[in-house]
Design a protein around this ligand. Structure first.
Ligand SMILES: CCCCCCCCCCCCC/C=C/[C@@H](O)[C@H](COP(=O)(O)O)NC(C)=O
Ligand SMILES: Nc1ncnc2c1ncn2[C@@H]1O[C@H](COP(=O)(O)OP(=O)(O)O)[C@@H](O)[C@H]1O
Ligand SMILES: [Ca+2]
Length: 519
């Protein structure tokens, strides 16, 4: 990447902008008095007379809380040829940035979150893409799974440098399913085999947050803000991410990128789906209701701990932009060199069965977070020290406890206190895990939808006036309900890439309001 920087000296302050963060450069018609986008230019008359040739550079400016903004700086010179030389040189530098997308395929979910997807895209994102000379093909989805199926079968992916998803975590999940399935099919990989090594997707995905939780955007960018996300797309960021595959009886069910939750989060989702009309507030309502019902579920969790890695789920350090642990553990796991592949556990290697652990019991919640799952509701996330791209998922087991203790545990998700430092909570960083509910009838597990209720009413008939929990909960897989309770999960290290860079450590904050500079 080019490291050319230039210094803007404005009102006595100096400001350096890396070429990699320049969005566009364009001529400015000083006489016209307005910018390309119609904004009025306040220029001292003396300056415009002495330096009538001007051009404007748009660049990324960092604001508070990981927010990025598009700022403009206008340069004036006395010579038209000199202006052209500057514009041409900057354009050449930008063209040399090969990681930047030129043509994008955009999917908009018009019904996600507060149903503002189309408006957010048209008003906040499309003008930025146009300014950066990115061309787009835009599809507003007409039904659920429209984007997934289009990507899986029809989309001419060769035409594009990336896919943009305007919506929430559920919409993002659709895009991931479309892209991952398409990539496996094109490479002859069978998704139904839980032990198959999947082929990584080449196209990056950009998320413009317009959903309810938007935790994947929040945990990879640091804020849910459409403009910030659009700018990460334009500068061509790349953030690899782990993806979990979920199987039942050697049949592929779904992929998960953020949370796989049984018990509490499964019940919250199942209840909230019936209250979609409430918008994002449905999660608060159903969360409160589920907390009061306080159901626990019996079963066995077996898991393969990740033993050859640097991080642990109780670390105080966090996965941030340029994360060393993701680079180290990701390389270790990818098995690029023959020597490394010996130490990297291949998911198909059954010898690793030896290292499996088992925990049986009654659980209020079983959560697998393959990233922190930070979101505005829980700024640290379900597993604050989880990594985006280390090839592991954090398996969090919350055993049956009192309502009071469970509330203490939940409330710690909203503060800096350690939610794992409780006697009824354990957490393991794992590569694979399986869950078998207690009432599961071996391989021919009951289909939850059809028989779950029947079984529950049977149990309750046997125990009149009981307040016992139903036999099964459901799995919340990134906001979708899975049809089975018995599942097998494997992490696929760095299977997808986002137009993001991870949360930046210390964002610079500078105020530079519309500076004017002479060359
Ligand atoms: C009593 C106080 C309790 C506060 C607990 C706060 C914990 C919040 C942790 C949320 C973890 C979110 C993980 C993300 C899940 C999304 O995939 C899913 C779907 O999101 P979407 O509707 O598509 O944006 N959302 C939920 C809530 O299940
Ligand atoms: N045009 C559409 N009509 C109805 N549902 C859709 C449409 N497009 C996508 N969906 C579905 O809407 C669900 C929720 O979308 P999402 O964007 O994640 O919003 P939210 O965060 O509010 O759940 C997803 O499961 C997705 O499959
Ligand atoms: Ca991970």
């Amino acid at each position: 990447m080019s490291c050319l920087t230039f210094v803007i000296t404005s009102y006595g302050t100096s400001h350096s902008v890396s070429v990699s963060e320049i969005l566009a450069v364009r001529e400015l018609d000083v006489g016209g008095g307005t910018n390309d986008d119609g904004r009025w230019q306040k220029m001292p008359q003396k300056l415009t007379e002495a330096y009538p040739y001007a051009f404007t550079v748009s660049y990324v400016e960092r604001a508070r809380q990981h927010r990025w903004r598009c700022s403009d700086v206008t340069f004036h010179c006395s010579d038209g040829v000199l202006r052209q030389q500057w514009i041409q040189t900057i354009r050449e530098q930008l063209t040399a940035l090969t990681s930047r997308p030129k043509h994008l395929l955009v999917y908009i979910n018009p019904y996600g979150g507060k149903q503002q997807g189309e408006c957010i895209y048209e008003q906040k994102v499309a003008p930025l893409f146009a300014c950066a000379s990115i061309s787009t093909d835009v599809i507003v989805t007409e039904h659920a799974n429209h984007a997934r199926d289009h990507l899986k079968t029809e989309a001419e992916l060769k035409k594009y440098d990336g896919v943009v998803c305007v919506g929430g975590d559920g919409m993002f999940s659709e895009i991931v399913h479309g892209l991952v399935s398409r990539t496996q099919r094109d490479n002859g990989v069978d998704q139904n085999s839980p032990e198959e090594k999947l082929v990584p997707c080449s196209l990056r995905i950009g998320i413009i947050p317009a959903g309810s939780t938007d935790c994947i955007c929040y945990a990879t960018v640091g804020i849910n803000d459409p403009v910030t996300s659009a700018l990460h797309v334009i500068v061509g960021d790349s953030q690899p991410m782990d993806v979990c595959s979920v199987h039942h009886n050697n049949t592929f069910l779904r992929y998960s990128i953020s949370l796989l939750g049984y018990g509490f989060y499964g019940d919250v989702l199942a209840d909230s789906e019936r209250k979609r009309w409430m918008g994002p507030a449905r999660y608060d309502f159903s969360g409160f209701k589920t907390f009061l019902t306080h159901h626990h579920y019996e079963g066995a969790v077996s898991f393969l701990p990740a033993t050859d890695i640097l991080g642990t789920p109780r670390d105080k350090t966090r996965c941030r932009a340029g994360c060393f642990i993701c680079q180290h553990d990701g390389q270790l796991y990818s098995g690029d060199s023959p020597e490394e592949s010996k130490t990297a556990p291949d998911v198909s290697d059954r010898e690793y069965e030896v290292g499996w652990g088992v925990v049986r019991g009654k659980f209020l919640a079983i959560n697998a977070a393959s990233m922190s799952c930070a979101c505005p509701r829980s700024p640290m996330g379900l597993s604050p020290a989880a990594h985006l791209a280390d090839g592991t998922t954090d398996l969090i087991l919350v055993r049956k406890c009192s309502r009071f203790n469970f509330l203490r545990h939940l409330l710690r998700h909203t503060s800096k206190d350690d939610q794992f430092d409780m006697t009824f909570v354990e957490v393991h960083r794992v590569r694979r895990f399986r869950f078998t509910p207690r009432h599961c009838q071996n391989d021919s597990e009951l289909d939850l939808r059809e028989n779950g209720k029947q079984l529950f009413s049977q149990i309750c008939r046997d125990h009149p006036a009981c307040s016992c929990s139903p036999a099964y909960s459901s799995w919340n897989c990134d906001g979708e309900i899975l049809p089975h309770a018995a599942i097998e999960v494997g992490v696929h290290c760095q299977l997808i890439k986002l137009f993001a860079r991870g949360i930046e450590e210390q964002p610079l904050f500078e105020d530079l309001a519309n500076p004017q500079c002479a060359l």
